[in-house]
Each structure stands twice: as structure tokens, then as C-alpha cells.
Ligand binder design. Structure first.
Ligand SMILES: Cc1ncc(COP(=O)(O)O)c(C=O)c1O
Length: 427
């Protein structure tokens, strides 16, 4: 085994280029609730990690995991009541018509299932996504990343500009016209797939465009897009890997932006850290998918996934985390909004429950994105004991997305540190 300081060892053990956060990377040894602890015992408020949605090392989830593993854990080719009950419960959290579930182990896999399902059901290949999307890292799903900014990676995938009001597609348009302008771009994109031969299978999007930087969406955009997609014979896939599971204060991001997807993909928070993901759709779509693929995934649809998945849902309900996300997230967003006029470096604040984006800019006249400020601010906040990161098309949007057990007291402490750090930025 290699010797020496930990920070030098990953280069060899993991290959260079495995990303670490912060100028001085953190070594984390323990987590509890909303807190992470460094090797030196220092406590950090975790405002970044959405996977441990019911809190790091949640005792009820740990107990369910240990008990199930000590009883039986096996693949999906035996009858097991737990997995059926979990699938029924999950489907029941969606609107009528979403009846069946395919389990998998990651958001990437669940998106792969969704895309294959849409292609099989429609008989077409073409996919449409935003020009700053991230849906996963397999060859197929990875080819949806940032289409439109670079030349399309395949003839079957096209990007459209994600909707936003802060840097709109065209200046000077009213909200209604702006909405129309974005929808028209999607119509042209779908048409191009049809005329070039791929046909149109599906539009895939995160309902709150989390990776795009959590933009304010022109009102009415989502239902109009869903109508357009259906008129054109395609399906709407909602990638709820980031937006789902109470994050927005509602169970699903699509409820907060007002549309009904045909296929819903969930992942990250489902297992509070245990790899667990799902693709939900009508029984008809799932039957068709299974009949055409014989889909099997060794670690998925297991008694362990079911036990942990149920415990997470129980904890979300027991701890009233939908309400917590709406109330704490809503207040933190409005407190941060009050800071926009006080600091030139803050261009905009956007929030959706406990998912908040703070847009860092060079100045309020040009609104030029300032990725360096986002990096600096996240490093300073880390030094003060608060862990955030940044995202968005220009990597300039401070990303605040804590475990859902984040409290009003945590928010107050954070605001104090935020004011100190932003105050030193010269804005
Ligand atoms: C919106 C979205 N979809 C899918 C994925 C991929 O999930 P995973 O890393 O579990 O494959 C991610 C990962 O960050 C994501 O943000």
C-alpha cells in the first residue's frame, strides 16, 4: 500500500483528474444529520449534498439497511413482498397513469431505461434536451450533455436553449412572447429530427433545470412544451434525479412547474446513499419495455433497495420534510433575494424549496457571469464551515442544496457567514 499524505495518493490510486472540491480539499470522516465532520473534528454544515436527503447516517435508514442485509438480500428473480410494496408506493406518489416502475442503481441507468422505453414505445430514435443538460455518464446518456453548445454528437440528439428570464433568448419580449419564442425553438428542433430521418421519440428535461442553473422559467412554458411534444407524437421524460423527492417542497419538480410527464426518472435521494434509482411510467409502457428488452440489473429491485427505499419515504413523512423544504427554503431564498440590491456581485437569486441558486456576475449592467466569484465564495464559505458548490451553464451559480433536514437555525447561521464572505468581495 502506498504511504504518504492522503492528498498525494489519489493521483496513483484513482488516476489523475478525479475531481476534488475546494482549493484545499476536505477529508471528511463522519456525517450526522445536516453536519459533516473533518478528520480534525471540525464541523461543517452540509448545504450541498442532496443524496442524504433525510440526513447523514439517518438511524432509521441505517437500521432498515442492517436488518434487511442480515435477513435476506438477493436479486429480483424471486418473489419478494417488500419490492412490490415499494414499487406500488412509489408509483402512488405520481399522478394517475403512472403505475409501474423499473428499478436500477443510478440516475444514468434510470435515464437509459427511460430513453430505451421512449424509443421502443414510439418507434422513433430522436431525442431533444437542453443545451446545458446533464443526465448521466453512459455513452448514450452522456451524449445528451451540452448538446447545442458543441456540434451534436449523434444525428439522433438535438439541443434547445433552456428557458430563462435572467438572460432571455431575446431581449425586450413580454413573458408570453418569451415563452412562445422558447417553445418555437423546440418545435424547430423536433422538426429537424423528423426531416433528417431520426423521427422524434422524446424530450427529456429536469423539471427545474437544476444543472442549467435553476433559471426562472417563463410562466406557462412547461405545459406548453408538454402539449407540443405530445402533438408531435413524442413522450416527455422528467429527469427528477435532482428535483424529485420533496426537494422543491412538493414530491416532484414537475408539480412545481406544472406539467405531467409520461416517464419519470428518480435517483440520488431515493436510498439516502444506497444506490437506488427508478424509471416510472404507465403499465403499458413498462410492459412494452420489458417485453422488448428482458431488462435485468443485478443489484436492483432487491429486498435491500426496497427496505431502504421504504425507510427513506417513511422518514420524509415522519420528519415532515416537504413542509420543511418549502418553509426553510422559501425563507432562505427570500433572505438571499434581499441581498441582490446590496451587492453588485450578486445578479439574481432563484429558489425552489431547498434548492437555491445565487447568480454571481461581474456587474449589474453587463450581467456577465463571474465563475471566479462563485469559486471564491464557495471556498470562503467552506472556511467558515458551510459547504456549497456552483453550477449552471457558466459555472457561476452558487448551488445551495442541503439535506432536507436543514433547519431555520442552520439558515440563520449560514446567512451570517454569507454576509461576511460576500462583504469582502468588494461588491
Ligand atoms: C439531473 C441529473 N440526472 C441524472 C444524473 C446522473 O445520476 P447518477 O450520477 O446517479 O448516474 C445526474 C447526476 O448528477 C443529474 O444531475
Amino acid at each position: 500500500m502506498a504511504e504518504g499524505p492522503l492528498k498525494r495518493r489519489p493521483d496513483l490510486a484513482l488516476g489523475s483528474g478525479a475531481e476534488l472540491f475546494y482549493e484545499t480539499p476536505l477529508e471528511i470522516v463522519r456525517g450526522e444529520g445536516v453536519y459533516l465532520y473533518g478528520r480534525d473534528g471540525r464541523r461543517f454544515v452540509d448545504m450541498y449534498n442532496n443524496v442524504p436527503c433525510v440526513g447523514h447516517a439517518n438511524p432509521a435508514v441505517v437500521k432498515a439497511m442492517a436488518e434487511q442485509q442480515a435477513t435476506i438480500n438477493v436479486h429480483s428473480r424471486y418473489l419478494h413482498e417488500g419490492i412490490v410494496t415499494f414499487a406500488e408506493r412509489l408509483a402512488g406518489l405520481h399522478h394517475d397513469g403512472i403505475e409501474s416502475v423499473v428499478f436500477s442503481c443510478s440516475g444514468t441507468e434510470a435515464n437509459e431505461v427511460a430513453i430505451q422505453m421512449a424509443r421502443i414505445v414510439t418507434g422513433h430514435r430522436g431525442l431533444v434536451c437542453t443545451d446545458a443538460a446533464y443526465h448521466g455518464n453512459s455513452e448514450l446518456v452522456g451524449s445528451l450533455t451540452c448538446v447545442g453548445r458543441a456540434p451534436p454528437k449523434t444525428s439522433e440528439i438535438r439541443g434547445f436553449p433552456f428557458p430563462e428570464r435572467y438572460r432571455p433568448l431575446e431581449e425586450g419580449l413580454g413573458e408570453e412572447e418569451l415563452c412562445e419564442a422558447y417553445v418555437a425553438r423546440i418545435a424547430v428542433t423536433i422538426e429537424s429530427l423528423k426531416t433528417e430521418g431520426a423521427g422524434f421519440a422524446a424530450l427529456i428535461m429536469c423539471p427545474i433545470f437544476a444543472n442549467e442553473g435553476l433559471p426562472d422559467i417563463p410562466s406557462g412554458f412547461m405545459p406548453r412544451v408538454a402539449d407540443l411534444v405530445h402533438r408531435e407524437g413524442g413522450l416527455v421524460i422528467a429527469d427528477e434525479v435532482q428535483s424529485g423527492y420533496a426537494r422543491t417542497g412538493l414530491w416532484w419538480g414537475y408539480e412545481s412547474t406544472g406539467f405531467r410527464p409520461d416517464i419519470i426518472v428518480t435517483g440520488k435521494p431515493m436510498g439516502n446513499g444506497l444506490p437506488l434509482a427508478a424509471t416510472a411510467a404507465s403499465k403499458d409502457f413498462v410492459d412494452t419495455f420489458r417485453a422488448n428488452t428482458d431488462y435485468f440489473n443485478t443489484f436492483s429491485s432487491s429486498p435491500l433497495q426496497a427496505a431502504v427505499g421504504m425507510a427513506v419515504l417513511d422518514e420524509i413523512e415522519r420528519l415532515d420534510l416537504l413542509r420543511n423544504a418549502a418553509e426553510v427554503g422559501g425563507r432562505l431564498t427570500s433572505e438571499l433575494e434581499d441581498r441582490v440590491d446590496l451587492h453588485d456581485a450578486i445578479g439574481d437569486v432563484r429558489g425552489c424549496g431547498l434548492f437555491i441558486g445565487v447568480e454571481m456576475i461581474k456587474d449589474s449592467v453587463t450581467r456577465k457571469p463571474d465563475a471566479a466569484s462563485a469559486v471564491l465564495l464557495s471556498n470562503r464559505l467552506k472556511d467558515k464551515g458551510f459547504l456549497v458548490s456552483y453550477a449552471g451553464k457558466f459555472d457561476n451559480v452558487l448551488k445551495i442544496r442541503p439535506p432536507l433536514v436543514f433547519s431555520h437555525e442552520n439558515a440563520d447561521e449560514f446567512l451570517g457567514a454569507f454576509d461576511e464572505c460576500v462583504g469582502k468581495m468588494g461588491g
